[in-house]
Design a protein around this ligand. Structure first.
Ligand SMILES: NC(=O)c1ccc[n+]([C@@H]2O[C@H](COP(=O)([O-])OP(=O)(O)OC[C@H]3O[C@@H](n4cnc5c(N)ncnc54)[C@H](O)[C@@H]3O)[C@@H](O)[C@H]2O)c1
Length: 482
C-alpha cells in the first residue's frame, strides 16, 4: 500500500501500517518518558517485541506515574457505580479508545466504575501527520491523557498499543485483560479518506474488515461470553425512499413473510467496510453464538463530555477539515473564522445526528443491557435528523447572535449521493433502554461556536474545502499538498 504524501517538507511514506509500527517499535525513543511499563508483579508485563514479525506488538500499562504539574480540584460529580465492594466491576475493552468517540467513552465508562482498557494503534494520529491535518483542540498524548485521568480521579485505565489486525497482539490483550465487553471503535472512519485513492480504499477495507474479524475470532477463542458492542454507521442504509428500520424489516413477498436484515446501500468504500463488518458479525452470532450489538451511529457533533472538560489534558479531538470533519463541527469552525459554510450541492442531504454526550450514554446503555448469546442486535444511534441546509441555517442564526457574519455557499458536491430525498429513520430502541437525549439547542450551538472562536488561531483554512472527489478517485497514490 504505497501512500505518497507530499507536504511542505515532502514526506514519502511507503505504508501507513508499517509507518505506524516503525514508531511503535522504538519504544525507548517514542515513549520512554511518558509511560511506565508493567513490572513483574503485575498481570501483563512489559513491552512485547518480536523481531521476526512485520507487525510488532507493544503492550503498555500506563496507569501508574503521577504527574507533577498543577492539579485542579477533584471533580465532585464523579460516580462510583460499583460502590458495593463485593460486586466485581465489568471489564470493558475500548478498541479505538484514543479516537474522538473512543476517548470520551473510555473516560465515561471509567467514571461510571467499569474497569477499562484502551486498545489503539494510534493510526489516527498518523493520518493527521500524513495529510498535514490537526485537531482544532490541542490533544495530549494517550499516555499523558491516561495519567492525568488517574491523577484527577484515582481511576486507572490500562493501555495496549497495537494493531488489532495483528491477531497475536489482539490475543494477548484478550488473555491479559479478560474483557466482559468489547466496544469496537477502532476503524478508519472517514468516507473521504477511503475515497482518496486505491491504497486508502484498500487500507480502509483491510483495516476495518480484518480488524473486526479478528475481534470476532478473539471472542470465540478466549471470551465466548463477552459482549461485542460494535460501532456501525447510519450511512450503511443509504437513503432509501421508505422508512429506515432498526436493522431488520419484515417483508411479505409472494404471500410469504419473513423478517430480514434491512437492505444496505453504502456510498463509499468506508461505508461498505461497515456493511461487510455487519454481515460478518451477524454470521458469527448465528454460527458461534456470539453476543453482539451493532450501533448504527449517526453523525456525531460536540466537544465536551462531563469527563473530557475537567482538564485540558483530557480534551477530545475536534476535526474540522474536509477529510475528517463532520458537518456541524465543520460549520462551526467555518463560521468562527469567517469562511462561508460549504454546503455540498443542493444541501438537501438528510442524516441522523447526535451529541457526543449521547454517544457515551448509548454505549453504556448497550453494555449494561447485553443481549442473549447468539443474538445480533441492531440499534440506530442518533437523536435528531437534519438536512445540511437546516444545519447551515441553525449555525448562521447562532453566529449572528454572537456578532459573527456567517454566509453559506454551495460548492460542487464531491460525493455521489442524492441531494434531495426522503429520509425517516427509526431510533427508538436506545430510548427504550433509557437514553435521555441532549438535543441540539441554541445554547449548545452558542457554546460550540464560542469554543471554535476560542481556538480559531489553530485553524488551517486550507484544510476546509473538500479535497477528495468520489468520481476522480484514482489508482495512483494521491499526492496531498499542504
Ligand atoms: N465520528 C462520527 O461522527 C461517527 C459517526 C458514525 C460512526 N462512527 C464510528 O465510530 C467509530 C469511532 O469513530 P471516531 O470518530 O471516534 O474515529 P477516530 O478516527 O477518531 O477514532 C478511531 C480510533 O481507532 C484507532 N484505530 C483505527 N484502526 C485501528 C486498528 N486497526 N487497530 C487499533 N486501533 C485502530 C485509531 O487510531 C483511532 O484512535 C468508528 O468505527 C466510526 O466508523 C463515527
Amino acid at each position: 500500500m504505497a501512500h505518497l504524501i507530499s507536504t511542505s517538507c515532502s514526506l514519502k511514506i511507503s505504508s501507513s501500517r508499517k509507518a505506524c509500527f516503525q514508531r511503535l517499535n522504538n519504544p525507548s525513543k517514542a515513549y520512554q518518558t511518558s509511560f511506565t511499563p508493567l513490572t513483574s508483579n503485575q498481570p501483563f508485563k512489559g513491552v512485547v517485541l518480536r523481531g521476526d514479525k512485520p507487525h510488532r506488538k507493544f503492550v503498555v500499562n500506563a496507569t501508574t506515574t503521577p504527574l507533577s504539574q498543577k492539579t485542579p480540584a477533584q471533580p465532585t460529580s464523579f460516580s462510583h457505580q460499583n460502590s458495593d465492594e463485593s460486586s466485581k466491576p465489568q471489564r470493558v475493552m475500548v478498541i479505538g479508545g484514543d479516537g474522538y468517540c473512543g476517548w470520551a467513552t473510555a473516560l465515561h465508562l471509567s467514571n461510571k466504575g467499569y474497569d477499562v482498557a484502551i486498545v489503539d494503534s494510534l493510526v489516527r494520529r498518523l493520518f493527521d501527520h500524513q495529510l498535514g491535518l490537526d485537531s482544532l483542540t490541542p490533544i495530549a498524548s494517550i499516555h499523558n491523557r491516561i495519567r492525568r485521568w488517574k491523577s484527577l480521579t484515582g481511576k486507572s485505565i490500562d493501555l495496549y498499543i497495537g494493531d488489532i489486525c495483528d491477531f497475536e497482539f489482539l490475543s494477548e490483550t484478550f488473555k491479559s485483560f479478560e474483557p466482559d465487553a468489547v466496544v469496537h471503535f477502532g476503524e478508519q472512519r472517514s468516507a473521504p479518506y477511503s475515497m482518496i485513492d486505491r491504497s486508502r480504499a484498500v487500507f480502509t477495507q483491510q483495516n476495518n474488515v480484518i480488524g473486526t474479524l479478528n475481534v470476532l475470532f478473539a471472542i470465540k477463542e478466549f471470551r465466548e461470553d463477552c459482549h461485542l458492542v460494535k460501532l456501525g454507521t447510519m450511512g450503511e442504509y443509504g437513503t432509501p425512499n421508505i422508512d429506515i428500520e432498526e436493522g431488520y424489516i419484515t417483508i411479505t413477498h409472494n404471500g410469504r413473510t419473513d423478517t430480514l436484515p434491512y437492505p444496505k446501500q453504502a456510498s463509499s468504500f468506508y461505508h461498505l467496510s461497515k456493511v461487510h463488518d455487519s454481515n460478518n458479525i451477524a454470521f458469527t452470532c448465528k454460527a458461534w453464538g456470539i453476543r453482539a450489538t451493532d450501533l448504527n451511529q449517526g453523525v456525531v457533533y460536540g466537544m465536551k463530555t462531563d469527563e473530557t472538560e475537567i482538564h485540558e489534558e483530557l480534551f477530545n479531538r475536534f476535526d474540522y477539515d474536509g477529510v475528517f470533519g463532520t458537518a456541524l463541527n465543520r460549520f462551526c469552525v467555518q463560521a468562527a473564522v469567517g469562511h462561508p459554510l460549504t454546503v455540498y450541492g443542493k444541501g438537501g442531504q438528510t442524516r441522523g445526528y447526535l451529541d457526543i454526550r449521547d454517544t457515551v450514554q448509548c454505549v453504556e446503555l448497550a453494555i449494561a443491557n447485553p443481549g442473549q448469546r447468539g443474538e445480533f442486535r441492531v440499534f440506530n444511534q442518533f437523536t435528531e435528523q437534519f438536512s445540511v441546509n437546516e444545519l447551515a441555517t441553525l449555525v448562521t442564526k447562532a453566529g449572528e447572535k454572537l456578532g459573527l457574519n456567517v454566509e453559506k455557499i454551495s460548492v460542487p458536491n464531491p460525493r455521489v449521493e442524492a441531494e434531495e430525498h426522503y429520509y425517516n429513520a427509526k431510533h427508538t430502541k436506545l430510548i427504550e433502554l433509557g437514553l435521555k437525549p441532549h438535543l441540539l439547542s441554541d445554547s449548545l450551538l452558542d457554546s460550540l461556536l464560542n469554543f471554535a472562536v476560542e481556538f480559531k488561531d489553530r485553524v488551517d483554512t486550507k484544510q476546509i474545502m473538500p479535497s477528495v472527489s468520489w468520481r476522480k478517485i484514482g489508482v495512483k497514490p494521491k499526492t496531498v499538498t499542504a
